[in-house]
Ligand binder design. Structure first.
Ligand code: ADP
Ligand code: ZN
Ligand code: ZN
Length: 750
């Protein structure tokens, strides 16, 4: 920090969350304590007509702006920075790497409440605990009130009090049941547990045990993985834990976490999906006595700020969170874990587009701690990083315990009679499974009744007026809806073009399959899980619970089924339409399809009973499918990587995609032509500028879309070009008439 020289005004250079590539200078506030002035503190500053929260980047003695024109910092919000020097360095790195305005990058690191300038205090939360009768009662006695029963069981399994945030993280609809249980004197308000937890105390000499129950006896592969990471605690290293679904990755995480906790350090665990946090949280709570914080988008701003501050102060030892929790400060960082590291939701797709996995690795390096990435289907980039010796591979080739791997098979449906997407052979297999009282899971990655409404008389198709897309039929709601912009209209009965032709639904959605299932399996309980049926808060959790209690026979759903859930009684999984994934134009598509197939398959036979996976296809010889089935994901990945290398695609080259949209049909193209011109002036031999071309969906929500792709075999060259380019782009005359964004390392090209 620059020293104040007498006579000179000290200038505060700050980052403000606005989408421009610059910092802003302010005069020092009227009064301040020089010792408080450190990079990272939050300030309140006048900005235009409003006030904004700013982050101090540095103090300087000269501004390019005339001193007389500078405004003054109004208020200093923090006595000391909430982020460590290393985390500030991480944010500077991220701003540079993603070529994103620093103010927005900083903003992403803070929870909303702190971004808005709220003070950094932890507000007390209500906690609930079992009463003595609540501890003693058999939950079966509550079976007439299943919601109360499940809340009671949650508390009984949990063995200590639960806060409002923890309950919300588990099931958003907890309030009524908890109230009723308090009324029945099975639950009570607990005294606040702040400061009384065992957090970090082990290292400080206390004898409080860190684990509650005994860990499992690990198999040799698990043990090898645990030892490898534990040997590396206290230093940087990236480990890729590749373990088939059910191979005991979570057990490996928990045993490593134990060692980290014993060192008095904290662990950050990132998951792709909100719905996965309760399951993992429950397992962690059954194992560990330390305080666990939860952070994801379904919690209130206050709850998330609380979790953030508790980690920052070392009051919690483990944080379970989704992508945005990556930047949570850690008082005593020990380990970062990313579970399901291949998952696309680790990539932020709007605003500050960062990859939580890649930033986690950089963070691990800066903090000098290990980073553990886990997946049954690692990203091709990660496997490439293993080949490059940047990551160390830890392999769990078999399912743990007594579970066996599911058997995958292709079901050739060419020329076969189908009932709404179900072949007779599949229906027969389903009947056999159901007769054994086992569950069936059907996967179809398309919601709604049918993706297209077409006129049998004239060929007219219902299109969205604002997008290059068909409207999807939602039969139950009686509407046609665009899945890209959300626009809706009433489901029409008459063709608007020829007025006479019959309107026919074309293609399959989950709603349509659900209807035929209800006819074919009239005495079975069928649950459909997709965005339409799980919109109501807490409904997904309720369904998952019913499934696990064995109240459901057939589960039908979209990709929300593919991720991490345990369905111990599912022994038959069917992928109804695998072919639709085979013909995408995006080079990432085969990788995503293979991951999806393996992940969905992983839902089968997780417990003692063996599982089977049937894929209906009209492409039974397709090399992707046959490689995957005969040789497994790893062989698929090797082939796919070889193809990427052949085509010089990532990870053998580096990409950045500039996306542009505007109301005007011409403007995006004009703007990108100007950008391409500029880029060609500054680019070197290894960087290609591809386009501009219309986006695969050329119009969306009324906006015309174009894109320009930068691709280079040399990463530094690409970034040097973007460094020169981005500030210039901002100043192009067309820039004001379009919306544009840069996506570094895009995970899809849409
Ligand atoms: P993954 O996270 O790889 O899907 P889990 O850690 O959830 O796998 O383990 C799957 C199941 O196997 C769990 O029920 C877990 O308790 C059990 N399990 C894990 N490791 C062992 C082991 N060494 N011995 C017996 N069972 C195990
Ligand atoms: Zn018609
Ligand atoms: Zn639309």
């Amino acid at each position: 920090m620059a020293k104040l020289q007498s006579g000179n005004e000290l200038i505060f250079r700050v980052a403000i969350a606005v989408p421009v590539y610059r910092l802003f200078d302010y005069l020092a506030p009227e009064q301040f304590e020089l010792t408080h002035i450190k990079p990272g503190i939050r300030l309140e500053v006048p900005f235009g007509k409003a006030k904004k929260i700013a982050i101090l980047v540095e103090c300087v003695q000269h501004s390019d702006v005339e001193i007389g024109k500078l405004k003054r910092v109004e208020r200093i919000l923090d006595e000391k920075p909430l982020l460590s020097t290393k985390d500030l360095a991480l944010l500077h790195w991220a701003g540079r790497y993603y070529h994103h305005p620093l103010g927005e990058v900083f903003s992403a690191a803070f929870p909303v409440a702190l971004r808005q300038g709220k003070s950094a205090v932890i507000q007390a939360e209500k906690r609930y605990a079992l009463t003595d009768s609540g501890k003693a009662i058999d939950s079966e006695l509550l079976k007439r009130t299943p919601k109360q029963k499940s809340v009671l069981e949650k508390f009984q399994a949990h063995q200590s009090s639960l806060s409002e945030a923890e309950l919300s993280a588990w099931n958003e609809n907890w309030r009524t049941s908890v109230k009723q249980l308090v009324g029945r004197q099975l639950l009570q308000l607990a005294v606040s547990e702040f400061g009384t937890s065992f957090t970090l105390s082990a290292a400080e000499g206390s004898n409080a045990p860190i684990i509650r129950n005994n860990a499992l006896q690990c198999n040799p592969q698990q043990q090898a993985a645990i030892t490898a990471v534990c040997d590396s605690l206290g230093q940087f290293g990236v480990f890729l834990l590749e373990g088939v679904t059910g191979s005991g990755k979570t057990e490996v995480y928990m045993q490593i976490i134990r060692s980290v906790l014993e060192r008095g350090q904290q662990v950050l665990v990132l998951l792709p999906e909100i719905t996965l946090t309760p399951q993992l949280e429950e397992r962690f709570r059954q194992r560990f006595t330390v305080s666990i914080a939860i952070s994801h988008s379904k919690l209130t701003d206050r709850q998330r700020a609380c979790a953030w501050l508790k980690m920052q102060r070392g009051e919690c030892s483990i944080l379970l969170g989704t992508r945005s929790a990556l930047f949570t400060p850690l008082k005593n960082p020990g380990l970062i874990i990313l579970d399901e590291e291949h998952d696309a939701s680790f990539k932020q797709q709007e605003g500050f587009r960062f990859s939580a996995r890649d930033v986690a690795v950089v963070r691990g390096k800066l903090l000098n701690i290990p980073v553990l990435l886990g997946s049954a289907t690692p990203a091709l980039e990660s496997l490439h990083n293993v080949d490059n010796k940047r990551y160390r591979l830890l392999h769990l080739p078999e399912r743990a315990g007594n579970a066996t791997a599911p058997v995958l098979q292709l079901l050739d449906i060419r020329n076969k009679r189908m009932q709404e997407g179900l072949s007779e052979a599949l229906i027969a297999e389903m009947r056999k499974t159901l007769a054994k009282d086992e569950q069936v899971l059907l996967f179809l990655n398309r919601r709604g009744f049918a993706p297209t409404l077409i006129c049998h008389g004239c060929g007219w198709v219902a299109r969205c007026g604002r997008c290059d897309a068909n409207l999807v039929i939602h039969y139950d709601e009686g509407i046609l809806r665009c899945h890209h912009c959300g626009q809706e209209q009433r489901l029409i009965r008459q063709c608007p073009a020829c007025k006479t032709g019959e309107l026919t639904p074309l293609g399959l959605g989950t709603e349509r399959v659900e209807k035929v299932l209800a006819e074919l399996f009239a005495d079975k309980v069928i649950v459909r899980l997709d965005r339409d049926t799980t919109q109501r808060k807490g409904s997904l959790e309720d369904y998952l619970q019913q499934i696990n209690q064995g109240l459901v026979d057939i589960i039908l759903g979209t990709q929300m089924l593919a991720k991490g859930h345990h369905f111990p009684n599912v022994t038959l999984v069917a992928i109804l339409d695998v072919d639709s994934g085979l013909f995408s134009i995006d080079f990432h598509a085969p990788e995503k399809l293979a991951q999806m197939i393996v992940q969905v398959s992983g839902r089968a036979g997780r417990a003692e009973k063996p599982g089977r996976v049937i894929m209906q296809t009209r492409q039974p010889e397709h090399p992707l499918l046959t490689t995957l089935i005969r040789q497994g994901y790893n062989s698929f990945a090797k082939t796919a990587l070889a193809e990427r290398k052949e085509a010089s695609l990532p990870p053998f080259s580096y990409q950045a995609l500039l996306r542009v949209q505007a109301l005007d049909a011409q403007m995006p193209k004009l703007f990108l032509h100007a950008v391409a011109e500029l880029a060609k002036e500054h680019s070197k031999g290894h960087t290609h500028i591809l386009g501009p071309v219309a986006a695969p969906m050329a119009r969306r929500a009324g906006l015309y879309r174009y894109q320009l792709l930068f691709q280079s075999s040399k990463r530094p060259e690409l970034h040097a070009l973007l460094n020169v380019l981005m500030p210039k782009i901002e100043k192009l005359k067309q820039a004001k008439k379009v919306r544009w964004s840069l996506d570094v390392d895009p995970v899809d090209l849409y």
